[in-house]
Ligand binder design. Structure first.
Ligand code: EPZ
Length: 419
């Protein structure tokens, strides 16, 4: 159990460098299974989910070296097609190895993936698409066994613009025979970065970033050198730390165009934001303003991963804010914990609508994180609260943030991580 001990009240001020994106790196690492030879991935975050992905690569017979934020992977043939349950259960994106192994070896065995407890998190869109390409997937109730004599390109409509399903089907399609078209595909910047990495390996992927992605199958992929895009959600999380503490924070190595939906809402709260090509500076007002109605949507809408940090920030805004969580059905565990800190949040319509009555200030408390972004939100709330807050955490935060406590400390946050 991790414990974040925070003494609230100091302003977050200074400069931070933002690292590579968890949700950009994970599909790119899975894609290395499809390649032959050496790949070098720069700006790779040192977080738990990346470590799990590297362990999976090693299990599959790849040689790996992770020095600093540079991951080097050598693929001289894949020697296994199963994903150990203990690894698959640690994160949602283990499911991406299904598309990768079917694409490379035409077979795979994997149990249902793990991941944050923020909803049912079905994988029907993944399975439907893989079957449309010719995979036969049998589930014995514990493990899914997939086989494909041939993997043929297909025309696939995604009922939801699922990030994971889009990525999984891209992984299966790049070495399939013929053309695959994904319609209603996810448009997140991570998908664009993923396509860029695949194309640098010799794949033919067009339309990433739009809702129609076309993949023309090729015979094989070679190694590559790729730099992971900046983490959008880490960028947003640090911006919120300044917004909550009346701070003044500059973030370098970011991509302002990727976080427009986040910065637009911070402007609406009364923050001042200065943009440069690769940096952002946020100066916060003493009391942020409420946001009358905020809805989480697929990109380019407001990202669901920023819902919890915004709930934390709006808990001490002037006025009443309403946030609707439209992507996941149970991403509200942080509400009750924030209320223990004096917030006045009521949940409506199946706990998917947050009505947040802004308070002048929260007070410290012992609270528990229920998921990755909810844990980050509690830490942010602690930075602005009066007194001491202790956030107990089962390792969720470390799955998505590389050195969160020390980074916040370096810009004035009084926060310590006790293992
Ligand atoms: C990815 O999860 C991200 N994770 C999530 O970030 C992010 O919140 C989510 O996309 C939405 O942006 C990674 O990239 C590793 P989805 P994913 O498939 O792919 C439904 C974080 O905090 N759906 O886009 O699992 C699903 O239930 C994590 O970093 C189906 O119905 O999300 C949800 O309602 C949390 N059937 C919606 O689609 C399926 O087969 C969007 O989910 C798949 C998804």
């Amino acid at each position: 159990m991790h414990k974040y001990r925070i003494r609230g009240g100091t302003r977050i001020r200074g400069v931070l460098n933002v690292g590579g994106g968890k949700n950009a790196a994970l599909p790119i690492i899975a894609a290395l299974v499809l390649s032959e030879g050496e790949s070098v991935i720069h700006n790779c975050p040192r977080i738990a989910d990346i470590e799990v992905s590297i362990e999976i690569l090693r299990h599959l017979g790849c040689r790996t070296d992770f020095a600093g934020n540079t991951l080097t992977v050598n693929v001289q043939g894949i020697t296994a097609t199963d994903i150990p349950d203990v690894l698959a259960k640690k994160m949602r994106s283990s499911i991406l190895f299904m598309g990768a192994l079917l694409g490379k070896c035409r077979e795979v065995s994997i149990c249902s993936p793990g991941g944050c407890n923020i909803g049912l998190r079905p994988i029907d869109l993944h399975l439907h698409g893989l079957s449309a390409m010719g995979a036969v997937i049998e589930d014995d109730g514990v493990t899914m066994h997939g086989k494909a004599d041939t993997l043929k390109g297909a025309f696939i409509y995604l009922r939801e613009a699922s990030v994971g399903a889009t990525e999984n089907l891209m992984l299966a399609a790049v070495l399939a025979e013929g053309e695959t078209t994904l319609t209603n595909a996810a448009r997140e910047p991570e998908i664009v970065d993923f396509a860029k990495a695949l194309n640098s390996m010799g794949a033919i992927v067009r339309g990433a970033g739009t809702s129609t992605i076309r993949i023309t199958g090729v015979k094989k992929l070679h190694g590559t050198t790729h730099r992971i895009m900046p983490d959008r959600i880490v960028t947003g999380t640090y911006l919120m730390s300044a917004a909550i503490t009346c701070g003044d924070l500059t973030l370098n190595h970011v991509n302002p165009s990727d976080v427009k939906a986040i910065t637009a809402n911070l402007l609406a709260m009364g923050c001042r934001i200065d943009e440069k090509p690769a940096s952002l500076r946020l100066r916060a007002p003493r009391v942020p303003m409420a946001i009358p109605h905020l809805i989480t949507e697929a990109h380019p809408g407001f990202p669901t991963d920023m819902q919890a940090p915004f709930v934390a920030a709006l808990a001490t805004a002037k006025g009443v804010s309403v946030i609707e969580e439209r992507i996941f059905e149970s991403r509200a565990a942080h509400a009750a914990e924030l209320n223990k800190m004096g917030a006045r949040i009521t949940l409506a319509s199946d706990e998917r609508v947050f009505v947040i009555n802004g308070r002048p200030r929260l007070h410290g408390a012992v609270v528990e994180s229920g998921d990755l972004r909810g844990g980050a939100a509690l830490i942010l709330a602690g930075l602005g609260a009066e007194g001491e807050t202790v956030v107990t955490d089962k390792g969720y935060v470390a799955r998505g943030y590389d050195g969160l406590a020390e980074n916040l400390r370096s810009v004035g946050g009084e926060i310590w991580l006790e293992q």
